[in-house]
Design a protein around this ligand. Structure first.
Ligand SMILES: Cc1cc2nc3c(=O)[nH]c(=O)nc-3n(C[C@H](O)[C@H](O)[C@H](O)COP(=O)(O)O)c2cc1C
Length: 440
């Protein structure tokens, strides 16, 4: 049998309004359509025509009024949105973000199992723990590492719930009057430190067994969790060398956890602006910086630097040093915090931090022609730094057109990306095994 050459896994981080903070103001943006289903469906279908592996919907359960001054990038609850997209797409994977801190595992297991059934086996779950948002859930904030301990127990619960129905539980026998065989459906009687769940789930086992797991932890606790559970790992890696270190570290951790390293796919986030010429791409990048609304940009930076408050500062003032907590004391996303902190501690003004955040990204950022962008992607892919990428287009819809109409054809010419889907489920398209019942 011919061995298929290794090819990239490509997903889109959907930011319907564009990822760059002012990009929704650009002529041609679709900001007036952000809330309905048609725009989301068009984006999913465009990615599907390009045979991308998955569409990814981010989520954040803690927002303030100023977050909405600019088009917010996750205006719908993602599980609900995926339910609708299941009906309007056939092949592309559908990944929704769900929080292990604020969603009961029984609920999450139902949502995901249902999306997997509705979509014919295309569901994925981006597993996040949440620091912010406790005040929306009648709960107290939980420290960083404890959130991951809780998430680990959470995974035991949801996987047992998905396995609580044997694959052969549905017999659909009209002659005996038995649709599902109760002897093949089992309570889980889970009693842990954080969760007590009797089970079984009230939804049959998902077509994929378990949905595909995505994760983006970058702290020590986050990485240990991702290496144990994730099929896809999203990571911001601005340069090749750091990405290689991350890649080999995670693959080694996966091996140490008893996993096949190829079954853990590492997808650096890729912020991309593609032009017909390099000059055109750079012009678009400059244009986007000129569209920044600095008050919205302040909220954007605030999200990364919480709990340090910058709401009262003048735009041309630096953050007073005494307000800056050392990164290791920060309970929110430490890597993101550190990125802003490193500049703030050397005296960058709030305005400079906003431009930095809007224009540079913590991720790999490529501005150029399709060939130039493909060169860097290929180099990451062939030099042990990536198994694929999660695209983050700086502006929409043109940013996505650049990916599907210009970049992907170049990747295909080089044999780096598929020309058609080979499977029907997301696991099949990724070449990942389906967990057998009882695999937990
Ligand atoms: C590409 C990418 C997408 C992410 N999407 C989300 C998201 O939708 N919701 C969320 O709460 N966190 C999201 N995160 C944050 C991660 O879940 C994680 O908390 C962060 O990378 C910090 O790692 P740590 O939790 O190990 O400290 C994302 C991170 C990356 C790199």
């Amino acid at each position: 049998m011919a061995v298929r050459p290794r090819q990239m896994n490509l997903a889109l981080y959907n930011a319907s309004g564009g990822l760059s903070v002012g990009s929704w103001r650009r002529a041609g943006s679709t900001s007036e359509r952000l809330l309905g289903l048609p725009l989301l469906a068009e984006i999913a279908q465009q990615c599907e025509r390009a045979c991308m592996d998955a569409l990814f919907l981010a989520d954040n359960v803690s927002t303030g009024p100023s977050d909405f001054r600019q088009a917010l990038n996750y205006p719908q609850e993602p599980m609900t949105a995926l339910g609708a997209l299941s009906a309007l797409t056939d092949r592309i994977g559908l990944i929704a973000t769900g929080s292990t801190t604020f969603t009961q595992p029984y609920n999450l297991a139902r949502y995901m199992a249902s999306i997997d059934h509705l979509s014919g086996g295309r569901a994925g779950w981006n597993i996040v723990t949440s620091f912010l948002g406790a005040d929306n859930f009648s709960a107290a904030a939980i420290d960083h590492d404890e959130r991951y301990r809780m998430a680990d127990e959470y995974m035991a619960v949801v996987t047992q719930l998905w396995d609580s129905w044997q694959d052969d539980a549905i017999v659909d026998d009209k002659s005996t009057g038995m649709w599902a065989d109760p002897a093949r459906i089992h309570p889980i009687d889970f009693a842990g430190e954080y969760f007590t769940v009797r089970g079984p789930l009230n939804v049959p086992r998902p077509p994929q067994g378990w949905p595909v797991f995505a994760q983006a932890g970058s702290s020590a606790a986050g990485l240990a969790f991702a290496s144990k559970w994730a099929d896809l790992i999203f990571t911001p890696q601005p340069a090749l060398e750091g990405a290689q270190r991350f890649y080999s570290d995670v693959k080694k951790r996966a091996v140490d956890a008893g996993r096949d390293p190829d079954a853990v796919r590492i997808l650096p986030a890729l912020v991309v602006i593609i032009g017909d010429t390099e000059t055109e791409a750079k012009r678009i990048a400059e244009e986007l910086l000129d569209l920044i609304d600095f008050e919205a940009g302040r909220a954007d930076v605030q999200r990364f630097i919480t709990p340090v408050d910058i709401s009262d500062l003048d735009l041309d003032e630096p953050i007073p040093a005494e307000r800056l907590l050392p990164p290791e004391q920060v309970q929110a996303a430490q890597t993101r915090y550190r990125q802003i902190y490193d500049r703030a501690i050397t005296g960058a003004t709030v305005r400079e931090l906003i431009r930095f955040k809007a224009g540079v990204s913590d991720a790999l950022r490529l501005v150029g022609t399709a060939e130039q962008v493909a060169d860097v992607m290929e180099s990451f892919f062939t030099h042990g730094a990536a198994d694929g990428f999660m695209f983050q287009p700086s502006y929409m819809p043109g940013g996505l057109d650049g990916i599907t109409d210009r970049l992907i054809p170049v990747l295909r010419e080089r044999g780096l990306f598929r020309t058609e889907y080979t499977g029907t489920t997301l696991r099949e398209n990724l070449g990942l095994e389906r967990p057998g019942a009882g695999a937990s």
